[in-house]
Design a binder for this molecule. Structure first.
Ligand SMILES: NC(=O)c1ccc[n+]([C@@H]2O[C@H](COP(=O)([O-])OP(=O)(O)OC[C@H]3O[C@@H](n4cnc5c(N)ncnc54)[C@H](O)[C@@H]3O)[C@@H](O)[C@H]2O)c1
Length: 421
C-alpha cells in the first residue's frame, strides 16, 4: 500500500509541495507537510500483529508514528486497548514575545482541527472550545496532555472567560443536515455564540476572526462573487438558519468593530474539503469518495450541471492565518476558483479512486453515477472572486483539486482499512 511518504504532491505549477504556510505579516505559519500528515494520514491505533515492533520503537527519534496514540486494535475481539501518549510531535520553541495564546472555538471540527494542528506545530498555546455537536475529541486527541494545549467542553451560546491574544471563532455546524437538524439552535449559535466571543475579544483586546461563508451570497446573480456583492438569500428557506445566521454574525462583528473598536477579521470560506471531514454529513466530496470506495452508486443531486469550486484544507488554513495576522478588516473570500460541474466532479472522484486502488494493487471496481432530485434552495453556481485575498494577503490556492482528492481518498481508505469507517 502506498504510504504518505511515497505520495508525491505537486502544486499547480508542477512543483513538489513539501511545506504548507509561509512567513507573512511578521507571522511564520510554515510547517512541513510530512509533520502535518503524520497527524492525519496514519492509522490512529496499531493492530495487534504489528504492535510489538511499533511499541519497541517508542524511543526511536525518527518514528513519527510515535506521535499518535499507541492504542492497540485486537481484531479477534473487535476491541481497542487505549493507552496514553508517550511523546508529542515536536513543536517550535518560540520566544515568549512571539508565543500567542490562541482560542479556537469549534476546534474539534474539521477545519478547526487542522488549524489547531498548524498552530500547535508552530509553537503557540492553543485552547479549544467545543460542545462536540459535530466535532469529535478524537480529531485533536493527539494533543491532549501537551503543555501548550487545552480542550474545554463548552457551548458558545454561554459566555466564556479566558485570557487570550487571538480568537478564531469557528463554532457552528457547517453541513446542511447538521445545521438543519435544529435550525433554532443554529441561529442561536451564530448569534449568541458570536456575541459572546466578541464580548470576550472586547474584554481581552484579543484579535477576533470569524469563519463566515460563501452562503452569505445565497443563490448569487453575480459570478464570480466579490466581497462587495450583497448576496441573494432566501430568509425563510431551509438554509436560512445558517445563511442568515452567518450574515447576522458578520453584522454583529462589524458592530463591535465600529462601536467598541474590536480588532476583527472576517473570512468568507468557500467549499472546503480534506481529511477529518465527517464522511456522512452529506457534503458532496465526502459523499462521492465514500460511495466510490465502497463500490456503491455515486449520487448526484439535480442534473449535475450546477457548478462548485472546491478548495483543499491546507490552502484555507494558510489563508485564515494570513488574514488573522494582516491588517485587513474587510471580509476576505478564501476559496479555489477552479470550477467544476458536479457531474464532472463525480467523474474525477471516480477516476482518482480507481487510480489509488490500482496503485495499492487492488482490483478496480467500476461504480455508476446516478441522478436524484435537487434539494430546495441549492445554489446553481458559486465561485469565489479571490482578487482581494491575492492583493492584500498575497494568498492564492496551491493545491489542485486532483492532489487534494488523492490525499482525501487515501485518508478515507486508511479509515476503512482500520475499521473506523
Ligand atoms: N467546511 C467548509 O467548507 C466551510 C465553508 C464555509 C464556512 N465554514 C465555516 O467554518 C467553520 C468550521 O466548519 P467545519 O467544516 O469545520 O464544520 P464542523 O461541523 O466540522 O465543525 C464545527 C465545530 O463547531 C462545534 N460547535 C457547533 N456548535 C457549537 C456550539 N454551540 N458551541 C461550541 N461548539 C460548537 C462542533 O462540535 C464542531 O466541532 C464553521 O463556522 C463553518 O460555518 C466551513
Amino acid at each position: 500500500m502506498a504510504t504518505s511518504e511515497t505520495v508525491h504532491t505537486l502544486d499547480k505549477d508542477g512543483k513538489h509541495i513539501t511545506t504548507v504556510g509561509f512567513q507573512r505579516f511578521g507571522f511564520d505559519s510554515e510547517v512541513s507537510l510530512e509533520a502535518l500528515r503524520s497527524l492525519y494520514l496514519r492509522a490512529h491505533y496499531v493492530k495487534t500483529s504489528t504492535s510489538t515492533s511499533s511499541l519497541k520503537n517508542l524511543d526511536g527519534e525518527d518514528d513519527t508514528n510515535d506521535y499518535l496514540s499507541k492504542s492497540i486494535f485486537h481484531p479477534d475481539t473487535g476491541s481497542i486497548s487505549y493507552t496514553t501518549l508517550s511523546r508529542f510531535p515536536p513543536v517550535k520553541l518560540l520566544p515568549v514575545s512571539q508565543r500567542k495564546r490562541i482560542l479556537v472555538t469549534g476546534g474539534a471540527g474539521f477545519v478547526g482541527s487542522h488549524l489547531v494542528d498548524r498552530l500547535m506545530l508552530l509553537g503557540h498555546e492553543v485552547t479549544v472550545l467545543d460542545n462536540f455537536f459535530t466535532g469529535s475529541k478524537t480529531t485533536v486527541s493527539h494533543w491532549v496532555g501537551h503543555p501548550n494545549f487545552e480542550m474545554v467542553r463548552h457551548d458558545v451560546v454561554e459566555p466564556f472567560m479566558i485570557e487570550c491574544d487571538q480568537i478564531y471563532h469557528l463554532a457552528c455546524p457547517a453541513s446542511p443536515p447538521h445545521y438543519q437538524y435544529n435550525a433554532v439552535k443554529t441561529i442561536k449559535t451564530s448569534f449568541m455564540g458570536t456575541l459572546n466571543m466578541l464580548g470576550l475579544a472586547k474584554r481581552t483586546k484579543a484579535r477576533f476572526l470569524i469563519t463566515s461563508t460563501s452562503e452569505v451570497y445565497g443563490d448569487p446573480e453575480v459570478h464570480p462573487q466579490p466581497e462587495d456583492y450583497w448576496g441573494h438569500v432566501n430568509p425563510i428557506g431551509p438554509r436560512a438558519c445558517y445563511d442568515e445566521g452567518k450574515r447576522v454574525a458578520e453584522t454583529l462583528t462589524y458592530g463591535f468593530h465600529r462601536q467598541d473598536g474590536v480588532d476583527v477579521r472576517v473570512v468568507r470560506i468557500f467549499n472546503t474539503y480534506g481529511p477529518r471531514m465527517n464522511p456522512f454529513d452529506g457534503r458532496v466530496v465526502s459523499n462521492f469518495i465514500v460511495q466510490a470506495l465502497k463500490g456503491e452508486d455515486m449520487t448526484v443531486y439535480g442534473d449535475g450541471k450546477q457548478t462548485r469550486s472546491f478548495q483543499y484544507i491546507h490552502d484555507l488554513i494558510d489563508g485564515m492565518i494570513a488574514l488573522m495576522n494582516s491588517d485587513e478588516t474587510r471580509p476576505v473570500n478564501i476559496g479555489n476558483g477552479d470550477e467544476f460541474t458536479i457531474g464532472e466532479f463525480a467523474e474525477l472522484v471516480r477516476e482518482i479512486v480507481e487510480k489509488v486502488r490500482k496503485e495499492d494493487g487492488e482490483e478496480p471496481r467500476k461504480v455508476n453515477i446516478v441522478y436524484k432530485p435537487i434539494p430546495t434552495d441549492d445554489p446553481q453556481k458559486r465561485r469565489p472572486d479571490t482578487t482581494r485575498a491575492k492583493e492584500v494577503l498575497d494568498w492564492q490556492p496551491r493545491w489542485t483539486v486532483r492532489m487534494g482528492l488523492e490525499e482525501m481518498v487515501r485518508y478515507y481508505k486508511s479509515k476503512m482499512s482500520e475499521g473506523s469507517l
